[in-house]
Ligand binder design. Structure first.
Ligand SMILES: *[C@@H]1O[C@H](CO)[C@@H](O)[C@H](O)[C@H]1NC(C)=O
Length: 470
């Protein structure tokens, strides 16, 4: 019975959804939300209502309020939701309210679009409204370009979109109006309410296309990583080997399963499969899962040729210890071994914060590959120098000087000119680009593989103008 239900659900999801999410902004500037008042309660009949004079704010009012007085901000608006909402001045002291205080409306000036803690996400609009939120890595907690963004229907807000780039999303809903066209939304942004609700240096655009790839889409928020992570405070961790998932600002305890997928893979149906088969089990109740498509420059040989691969990252977060994630990982990998080919998963690798990992990541293989790559590079460089020298008929020298001294003395500069942009090998120059393979950057490995730690730049005509008939 339960299984049949699950299968039906999986089929449904298979046809309906892709990887885009609905994301809702949490804070509001509603008069009736007690968290917006400095005293923690909504002003009552004897209270003076105070809005900070220098601030701009759009306040949503649903009910009618008796108050003793109100000081307004320089620029602001009160959105009276219903015909009955509004304010009336109390003439005598309200006995239920005491002698009255000055109730200060809290400042929402500093609430940032790029703060991942201010958003909730769900895979359908229905889930969003029922509070069935899903967990995401920090970068994906903030709206991605293919997401639908929602500001709660009966609410106003103020959000700071400061960024050096414009922000694009698929749609934005404000006060129950869903904007899908950038021209309409632009008009709204220019309105009184729009200007009070959205501020900051970047403009917000709607109309970006959704995610049409059934195998998932990569959220482009990695370019906003610094802004996003600036709002995140990482907790201290109790596990032995904290993991560093792609797209997350902090180290975590738990497990990461990386999947290589085929075109038969369906992102959302696999997410549902994991939820129904495993995460719904009682023993895994405390585990959070975040699934994302990520771009990885993982294979060294591919790296040299500047290609990156896409894979699916399944992050399993498990409180402080990380032990549950270990057994969940085993369940997931077992499932892939028996059903992977049917659901479009070609290979799975994992790491857990207790130190377990699939063989592929542990063995000596990376070392062997590095050796091979360096070998190839040395040969290519040597041949290139020979070719260059012979073409310029300067092959008189009995012994080749070291590449480095040639470069320094300007010999190659003269030959190379614009050619001399060398061979930027990110393996040596940009170690931060490969954080998931920290073992490659252990000091001893670097010594073993780099020719000079300061970075030799090979002049490599093979890529620029090599001519075998020359
Ligand atoms: C009041 O605001 C808080 C935080 O801004 C939010 O979490 C909460 O959902 C709001 N309450 C209501 C009833 O909307």
């Amino acid at each position: 019975m339960a299984l049949g239900h699950g299968v039906l659900l999986l089929l449904l999801y298979f046809s309906l959804f892709t990887d885009a999410l609905y994301k809702q902004w949490i804070p509001d500037t509603n008069f009736e939300n007690s968290t917006n008042w400095d005293k923690g309660s909504i002003p009552c009949g004897s209270d003076q209502v105070a809005f900070a004079a220098g601030r701009r704010v759009s306040v949503y009012v649903e009910e009618s309020h008796w108050i003793a007085g109100m000081s307004l901000p320089v620029d602001g608006e009160l959105i009276l939701a219903l015909s009955g909402s509004g304010f009336a001045l109390t003439e005598t002291e309200d006995p239920d309210c005491g002698s009255g205080v000055i109730a200060q409306f809290k400042d929402s000036e500093s609430l940032k679009w790029f703060d991942p803690s201010l958003w909730v996400a769900a895979s359908t609009s229905d889930d969003l409204h029922r509070g069935r939120y899903q967990f995401s890595v920090h970068e994906e907690s903030v709206p991605c370009q293919f997401d639908d963004v929602e500001f709660r229907e009966a609410s106003s807000f103020r959000v700071d979109i400061s960024s050096d780039r414009d922000v694009s999303v698929k749609t934005v809903s404000v006060l129950g109006n869903k904007f899908t066209q950038n021209s309409d939304f632009g008009q709204y942004l220019a309105s009184k309410s729009g200007k009070l609700q959205f501020h900051g240096s970047a403009s917000l655009n709607v109309g970006a296309s959704g995610c049409a790839d059934i195998t998932g889409c990569i959220c482009d928020n990695s370019r906003n990583r610094d802004k996003i992570c600036a709002n995140v405070k990482c907790e201290s961790l109790a596990c032995k080997y904290p993991l560093h998932p792609v797209g997350h600002c902090c180290g975590v305890c738990g497990a990461i399963v990386n999947l290589q997928f085929s075109s038969a893979f369906n992102f959302e149906s696999y997410r549902q499969r994991l939820l129904h088969l495993f995460l719904s089990q009682h023993k895994y109740a405390s585990v959070h899962m975040a699934m994302s498509k990520v771009s990885k420059q993982q294979k060294l040989l591919e790296w040299v040729f500047f290609r990156s691969s896409q894979e699916i990252q399944v992050l399993l977060l498990d409180g402080k210890s990380g032990n549950l994630a270990d057994s969940l990982t085993q369940d997931i990998v077992k499932d892939i071994h028996s059903h992977g080919s049917n659901i479009g998963i070609e290979q799975a690798e994992f790491q857990t914060s207790s130190g377990a990992s699939s063989n592929h990541r542990q063995g000596s293989e990376p070392g062997v590959v590095v050796g091979a790559v360096v070998g190839v590079l040395v040969i290519v460089a040597f041949l290139s120098v020979l070719v260059l020298l012979s073409r310029r008929r300067v092959l008189k020298m009995p012994f080749l000087p070291s590449l480095r001294s040639m470069k320094n003395s300007g010999d190659i500069g003269e030959l190379g000119g614009p050619l001399d942009h060398g061979f930027d090998n990110p393996m040596f120059d940009k170690p931060t680009m490969m954080p998931e393979e920290p073992e490659l950057y252990a000091a001893d490995k670097i010594k073993a593989v780099t020719l000079t730690p300061s970075g030799v730049h090979f002049v490599n005509p093979v890529y620029d103008e090599f001519d075998f008939n020359a």
